[in-house]
Design a protein around this ligand. Sequence first.
Ligand code: CA
Length: 231
Amino acid sequence: MARILVIEDEPDLQKILDYNLRKAGHAVFQALRGQDGLEQAQRMKPDLVLLDIMLPDLQGTEICKHLKADPETRGIPVIMLTAKGEEIDRVLGFELGADDYVVKPFSVRELILRIQVILRRQEPVTEQGVIHFGCLKIDPEAHQAWVDGEEVRLTLTEFRLLLTLYERRNRVQSRITLLEDVWGMNTEAETRTVDTHVKRLREKLGNAEAYIETVRGAGYRFIGNPPETRL
Ligand code: CA
């Protein structure tokens, strides 16, 4: 599952890509204009960008240049959607640094295969052990978490709580179990501590807050699958 940002001004093509990418298990974010697409990419740092060249406001080539010049976004793979053959040399040249391209009209199946190749290539280098779940990203080793690309500052306990719930997703965790495993306590006395921390964790998680469900009379559960993401 990857978070893919599609910057493309043709609504029909957006629709086709949205449908097929989601079918392939990815979360899809859309931008119909160049400036908006660039800002979204900078903000959310998607796992991959599909970038049309001909956009009404800001050219795809400019967006690619911006992304590749900024250390914050340089690592995000970009696949260009080109309309004309003659653009290809420029797109793949050092000038732009795009990772791949397809020429319109392209086969969606081929595009998805290329996306998979690029994502696989990315994985071991930059994101070893990092968990992606919908808009949530967790790095268990660095003790860091991000929601929509923005780092969420968690205390050690909140981080442990999040990771424990995530690792046992789809299974209800009682307050006592959480106290034992997160806090290392084996007393029933302070189960309210769990509620307080879950509440605070949820507040910090923003858009990812709904991933942690309260199961009445039982405890808490991290949901099994991320909901489909749409703008
Ligand atoms: Ca276009």
